[in-house]
Every structure is written in C-alpha cells, then in structure tokens.
Design a protein around this ligand. Sequence first.
Ligand code: MF3
Ligand code: CO
Ligand code: CO
Length: 275
Amino acid sequence: MVTYIDASSAPLKNTGVIRLYDAEAFAGMRKACQLTARCLDALYPLVKPGVATDAIDRFVFEFGMDHGALPATLNYRGYTKSSCTSINHVVCHGIPNDKPLREGDVVNIDVTFILDGWHGDSSRMYPVGEIKRAAERLLEVTHECLMRGIAAVRPGARTGAIGEAIQAHAEAERCSVVRDFCGHGVGRLFHDAPNILHYGRANEGPEMREGMIFTIEPMINLGRPHVKVLSDGWTAVTRDRSLSAQYEHTVGVTADGCEIFTLSPGGLDRPGLSA
Ligand code: MF3
Ligand code: CO
Ligand code: CO
C-alpha cells in the first residue's frame, strides 16, 4: 500500500510514505537546485586534462560555503567529499582524488547542496578534451534517456512510466540500464521515498501526484548492465569495464507535468555536446 502525506506534517525520516510539498517548499527547492545548477555551470572550465578531481571537489565545497550551502554528501554515511566524480567505467559514487583527468575521459560530477534545509541534487557528464565518438554517443543517449524519463512525469501516471521511457530508449540504442541504483524522493531529506527505477513498465510503481519531488538519474552503459562496488565501499564500476554515463535532475510534479528545478541557467545541461 502506498500512502501520501502533507510534507509539512510528516516526521523527518524515510518511512516509505510519499511526501506532497506545497508552493513554499517548491520555492525552497527551486533555490537549492538552482544553486547546484550554477555550481555545475561554474566548474565546467575546471574540467580539462591535468586537473585532479580533488580540485573540482574543493571548488564545489568553496562554492557552497560562499553561498551559504552545505554539500549533502559531506559526512553522509561515512562519505567525506563534497561531490562524486565518476570517470569512464565508474558508474557512480566515484571518490574525488589527486589523479589528474586525462584527455578523452568522460566524468560525471554529482553535487547536492543543502540550502535553507532543502536538497538540490543534480549531475552532468563532462568530456575531458576531445573524446571518442562512442563516448559522445553514450552521453547523448543518456541525456536523452533522462529527458524522456522527465517527459513521462505527470499526475495520474505511475513512476514506472519513467522507467519504461528510459529503458526503451537505452535499449533501442543498444545500451543497457543499470539496475542497482535508482532515483529517489528528495526535499528536506537527501534520500526519501519513493524509489524511481530507470527500467520497468508504465503500470508499475506508485501513482505520481502533484507536489511530489524526486530525482531521475539514469546510469546507462555501453556494455552489460552489471556493476560491482570496489573495496573502498563506494566506487561502483561496470563489471565488464564498459563505459557508463549518468545525468541527474531534481523535478517537482505539477498539475500538468513537472518543473525541472536543476536546469542549467547557462544552457550547460549537456556540457561539451552540441545543442
Ligand atoms: N548525489 C548522489 C545521488 O544522486 C548520492 C551520493 S551519496 C554519496 O543520489 F555519499 F555517495 F555521496
Ligand atoms: Co540523487
Ligand atoms: Co546526485
């Protein structure tokens, strides 16, 4: 059974209940998400050969501090960085380190700022210098998967419609959808109900209602969908070491569709790809 509750009257932990947010909450989320989007715009010039992901992570931390926001990943379940940086066959949760980026890499940078208690969660793929055509194609397919998933969001439809749209496009392009990670409700909590699967069927999952807020963040592989987590306890990689990509937006369900809170103010939703 699925239950829905007015977000302002629910305890602040993930009990599986789906929160419905009011206009004031939407305004708070808009601000937090736009700060995250501005940061993802502002760090773009840093993403080039020779720069270490640690330097990008420091930029994210400083950007947050300068704008009164805390990175949500900092000290989250033992994670100690302000961002996740996932390079090439790393699917997600890559830990920033001192290794320089190399020409031809593709890196996902995932940032979540907490501003006035609201979580803005978004990630994009960034090409490092010139990349191979196969990599560019994976980035295009993955961004299109995200946007097709978002296009399926409306009150009355089930969350499975999002997964079905994403899976159909990925597989039509001979790519695969990672099953081990999903999108999530977000708001006052970082990871909340419901889970948003990036595969499945339109008649599955809870019904979407106006006021729901969640992320959509498909991870798409050039090879097989299977992943494993490295011994650091975080870094998820493709088992076949094939290339993986991910884009993430935070959205709010409106009367007739949804609002994308994390759209880039600078038109950099797909940095390095042609518009
Ligand atoms: N931002 C990621 C997400 O999209 C979660 C990162 S949690 C961390 O949900 F601990 F790995 F940073
Ligand atoms: Co997320
Ligand atoms: Co994220």
